[in-house]
Design a protein around this ligand. Structure first.
Ligand SMILES: [Zn+2]
Length: 241
């Protein structure tokens, strides 16, 4: 086994550890989520600390240790300063990254998941604050993440009768994981079914297939925005919390 290795990583969180050290949680391209010790990073003169701030994309050299693995060196590739200079963007990035950190299992690398997190941060960093509700972008991230983690919602056929979804009277069934038609709702009504408009159905279908940059171009009114946040939040809670 190698004593050291290098990997590209996104910093998810960090907290004080011992007197001078920090425990840094990263999502790495090659090893997935890892907890690493960054020595001396609580000292004022630390050169390492600046490269290990939350949301930073960095190239990290990991040194294997007996009890913990250590960060031997780190060079930030993107610190996402436009996110850090805007409160709404910080709130959206924190919401997305905190949820990601809570639901992603340790030591399971997945290049597509890494790309999704990076794309989200890139888009949030670049977009004009007036262009989009930042929290909505975070919700699209969570929706796409749930799909990558195997919770693909059924948005085209009724989860009960399998008939094609018609434009009216549908609901989103959390337990069955998708849309339920008006006809089936008369037989299978439960508290785990949320109201969903035809517009929201279209937006979620688009969110499933499109990248974040394309989603920024979609005009979404306040009512649909609220519905999307409710459905994504409830879908997340139903499966993970
Ligand atoms: Zn049906």
């Amino acid at each position: 086994m190698d004593e050291t290795y290098r990997t590209k990583a996104i910093v998810l969180n960090r907290r004080p550890f011992n007197e001078d050290d920090t425990l840094v949680i990263i999502y790495s391209l090659d090893k997935g989520k890892l907890e690493l010790v960054a020595r001396g990073t609580r000292k004022i003169k630390s050169k390492l600390a600046g490269h290990l701030e939350p949301f930073c994309l960095a190239e990290i050299m990991v040194v294997r240790g007996r009890q913990y693995d250590y960060i031997g060196a780190a060079a930030s590739e993107n610190c996402y300063f436009n996110i850090k200079n805007n409160l709404a963007k910080i709130a959206a990035a924190s919401q997305a990254i905190n949820i990601f950190n809570r639901i992603i299992k340790p030591k399971q690398a997945e290049a597509e998941v890494f790309k999704l997190v990076k794309d989200f941060l890139d888009t949030l960093n670049r977009c004009l604050p007036v262009m989009v509700d930042q929290k909505l972008l975070a919700n699209f991230f969570i929706f796409k993440l749930l799909i990558k983690l195997g919770h693909q919602p059924e948005l085209y056929h009724c989860v009960k009768c399998r008939n094609k979804i018609l434009p009216q009277g549908n609901k989103f069934d959390l337990a069955a994981g998708g849309l339920i038609c008006q006809k089936c709702l008369t037989k299978f009504r439960s508290k785990n079914q949320l109201t969903i408009s035809q517009n929201t159905i279209k937006i979620l279908r688009l969110a499933e297939k499109s990248n974040f940059r394309e989603l920024l171009k979609v005009k979404i009114d306040k009512k649909d925005e609220k519905e999307i946040k409710d459905i994504v939040g409830s879908f997340l809670n139903y499966h993970f919390f």
